[in-house]
Design a protein. Sequence first.
Length: 354
Amino acid sequence: MERINLANINEKSVREAKSIVYQMARDYSPLIGLDFDKQILPDLANFNFWEVDYLTGSEWGLSIMDAYRCLVDVHRTTQIMGGIKETIDSLRVQGKKEIYAIDAGTGTGVFSIYMAALGVDKIFALELNEKTAELAEKYIASYGLTDKIKVIVGDATKMDIPELHTRPADILVSENLSGGLFAEPQFQIINHLSKFLNLEAPILPFKANLSVGVGYGYWDKVDWNNKTPRIEIAARRVPNITDYLNGVEFASVLSESGMSVPRITNDVTVNAETPANTLLISTFFQINKTGIKYELTPNSAEFLGKTSAIKLPNNAIPQNGKLNVKFNYEAGFSIKNNPDSLTVNGNLITLKDR
């Protein structure tokens, strides 16, 4: 089967690109010993397919299959592609004739390949997982893009990129997205890589809005599918959850060159009709700042975009139909590794990292 024609990526509307994403996933699947049509496509409707594996033995990082899940999540992939295209078009309008880009957490390399298809001159594709990076290099080579895309293995929160010391990059794509901004180093990456960016370089995704609610779910009936039980999972995994989420926004964070890692601090009041045993946190991502806006609304993507369900250590008891929630944590904080960070005292729920 022929590989996808890269010209088609730029010619077709992103909103009509499902066939392109599937073909790119089909092109990649032999690298991990899978048949897309026989083994992947039939399983996409099964929510167990979308469970996060994470990279073992590291503070950060996703597994090879997680990188593949990112690619094959059509809505997520096409929305980010759309935001990238609008941003590249804007840079062209501003008079940028030569564009350098950083793709932090490149995974399969799909967005680096896409940027090359849009005519970006040089892309530095950063990947923490050595095996994933090796496969990305093979995938990129299969499209004949080795000269345009340089894969660099390492931690994007620490690494050096000597080629960008004197010629900074014009755009940073860092799609390390997660509900609540938990367990992903999106802003640690931005903070570190800003030294390799033009001061006004756009960063994608551009904005994250966080909302909170509460609910009651049957955690004892969760099907863990042979995975270790966790304090935090996608809300869809909790059977018969009663959701009182009313979109109470508690934080909004912009991605900007030179920014510090944000600390999420706020006290909010949420509706609750009965005792709650679950904290529900959703995140809205605006991908690009300029042009036609592309976004990921809560639960619109299959992977890493679901409302986070966080099990409370004991029931929160509402007063007058209300619960108070107090936040104080740094973006990237892992609740999974710090279960004592979440406490409940009567009608007060506190989530703090120290």
